[in-house]
Ligand binder design. Structure first.
Ligand code: ARG
Length: 561
């Protein structure tokens, strides 16, 4: 049983007339100073209810509590401080981990329910941007986290594969394009055409009309337009797949914006039937005046649909198709207004499930303090970046561990892990400064550091013929720090879910790695005394939890590096 659970139950027994289990659980704190115990229960709330002094209540509770799991209980001012019996505590925690292995920390909150995650979602014929990288790694991690707590995840890549820009691109290709060069380097060449179109359009505005005309053809199903569009889409997807493959990300659906073309009429009909559409300058909009927000644009003057129309249709389709309990959109914070409007329009349409849709925003990736831009030819080719990280990781291995067997595989795991961890260790709303050197450091808050700690644990275990086993439990300070952190794993998982923050797990892994490395520095783990097997149990458990935590971030843990 969770150590905190014991504390909750024991306190609740004494105060059940006044506080619920949830109340007690919510009040329990972790004292900031180690010598104040492992848990503290503040008595202010009870004091108010009972009109007594919190100091007196603390004394009373401390006197009445006793449990084999506690070594002692002390009233300090208005707090009841509890010290866990370390031998019992470490026995309980380590037994749990050894028994459950990678299932440790698993929860059943989401059982039988689905969460749809919309993430990555790059735009075809354009480079995969740093923003899409962030969306991809955050989304992937959130999918793994919601599965850990029992949900079924549905991972959707809502490709940006529709819109007026494709009319422009088709037109540009027809004037300046060359099939061979596009085949060779699709994304770069298509981007060049797109950029050229905009440059030329400045002095030849008629180009815009021709672009629009091609988009109209595309929408009307013109053979040539469709054929070119399909080709651009396929070539782009091939490039994107390379990145997904490197990152180890898979999707359940690539239904992008174009998928909703034949479904938008129904959405517009629904809006009309509910008299939600109003005209504004010839366009059709849903007013959001009652929320003090600008109206949501559904249909342009020329009859063309928009990003929002497709998102609206997609949401309704997904609810019908998957019956999701929650829908999560991992998209940069610059689209916050769009999602606010989207959810409100759905609400106005009477869909109660609109309350369970969440935009999970994130900040920019910066280079030298500036936003990394993919426009104006300043293309950052993402697979190049990842390959460079892998190359650097390989050099590191050559320096540190030249005899390693599966260098290529490990270099890939470390390089990719470094890129992902560097992103996920920050609160997602913060901007991230992009620096390969920082990502790949073996010391400090990096992916390689955590991976290295895991490999260290494996290496210790391989150096002895003894096996991990709990005989007595451990009680020295260094072990106890590690045990307490191991114990907090499921709390970290839950918190990362509740806040949609993979960074909670990343930070947790850094704390655990630091505590373990401190332990490793202080304690002779392999010395042949009667606690050897217990210490191996601690080492083994740490390895299990680090590996599982990394997995939840979408990062592998090599056995050896
Ligand atoms: N393709 C969009 C972009 O790159 C992101 C799409 C996000 N998902 C959505 N359902 N709107 O900005």
């Amino acid at each position: 049983m969770l150590l905190k659970q014991v504390m909750i139950e024991e306190i609740h027994k004494l105060v059940h007339e006044h506080l619920s289990v949830e109340d007690v659980s919510g009040l329990i704190e972790k004292p900031k100073v180690e010598k104040h115990g492992d848990f503290a229960f503040p008595c202010f709330a009870l004091a108010k209810l009972l009109r007594k002094s919190p100091q007196d209540i603390a004394k009373q509770i401390a006197n009445q509590i006793s449990h084999s799991s506690f070594s002692h209980v002390q009233a300090v001012g208005p707090y009841v401080n509890v010290f866990i019996n370390r031998k019992h505590g470490s026995q309980a925690v380590l037994t749990d981990i050894l028994k459950q292995g990678p299932d440790y920390g698993k929860q059943s909150i989401g059982e039988g329910k689905k969460i749809v995650l919309d993430f990555s979602s790059p735009n075809i014929a354009k480079p995969f941007s740093m923003g899409h990288l962030r969306s991809t790694v955050i989304g992937q991690s959130l999918a793994l986290i919601v599965e850990k707590i029992g949900y079924t995840s549905v991972k959707i890549n809502h490709l940006g594969d529709w819109g007026t820009q494709f009319g422009k691109l088709i037109h540009a290709y027809k004037i300046w394009g060359d099939e061979g060069t596009v085949r060779e380097n699709p994304i770069e060449e298509l981007l060049k055409l797109y950029v050229k179109f905009h440059e030329e359009a400045e002095s030849h505005p008629e180009l815009e009309d021709e672009g629009r005309a091609w988009f109209k053809k595309l929408e009307d199903g013109d053979g040539e337009a469709i054929q070119l569009w399909k080709w651009f889409r396929e070539e782009s997807l091939k490039e994107f797949q390379k990145i997904y493959h490197l990152l180890g990300v898979e999707f359940d659906s690539f239904n992008g914006e174009a998928f909703y073309n034949d479904k938008m009429d129904d959405t517009i009909k629904l809006l009309k039937n509910q008299s939600l559409l109003t005209e504004s300058d010839g366009a059709e909009v849903v007013s959001l005046d009652d929320y003090d927000l600008p109206p949501s644009l559904i249909k342009k003057r020329d009859g063309a649909t928009l990003y929002t129309t497709r998102d609206l249709t997609a949401a309704i389709y997904r609810q019908q198709h998957y019956q999701f309990e929650q829908a999560i959109y991992v998209v940069g914070h610059e689209q916050s207004l769009h999602f606010k409007q989207l959810f409100l329009v759905l609400k106005k349409m009477g869909y109660s499930w609109a309350d369970h849709m969440h935009h999970v925003p994130f900040g920019f990736i910066l280079k030298d303090g500036k936003k990394m831009s993919t426009r104006k030819g300043k293309v950052v080719l993402l697979d190049e970046v990842i390959k460079e990280a892998i190359e650097l990781a390989k050099q590191n291995i050559e320096d540190k561990n030249p005899n390693l067997g599966n260098k290529e595989e490990v270099a890939q795991q470390v390089g990719v892990g470094a890129v992902i961890f560097h992103d996920l260790k920050n609160d997602r709303l913060n901007n991230v400064e992009f620096s390969l050197e920082d990502m790949l450091r073996f010391e400090g808050n990096t992916g390689p550091y955590v991976q290295y700690t895991h490999a260290r644990a494996q290496s210790i275990l391989s150096k002895t013929s003894a096996s991990p086993k709990i005989n007595f439990g451990l009680e020295d300070d260094e072990s106890w720090q590690v045990v307490k952190l191991l114990h907090q794993f499921s709390e970290a998982v839950l918190k990362s879910y509740n806040t949609y923050e993979p960074s909670v797990i990343a930070k947790y892994l850094i704390d655990l790695s630091q505590a373990f490395n401190k332990y490793y520095g202080k304690v002779k783990i392999l010395s042949e005394d009667e606690y050897l097997e217990d210490r191996l149990a601690l080492v083994n458990s740490t390895g299990v939890v680090i590996k599982e935590g990394l997995r939840l971030l979408g990062i592998s843990a090599p056995e050896n590096m």
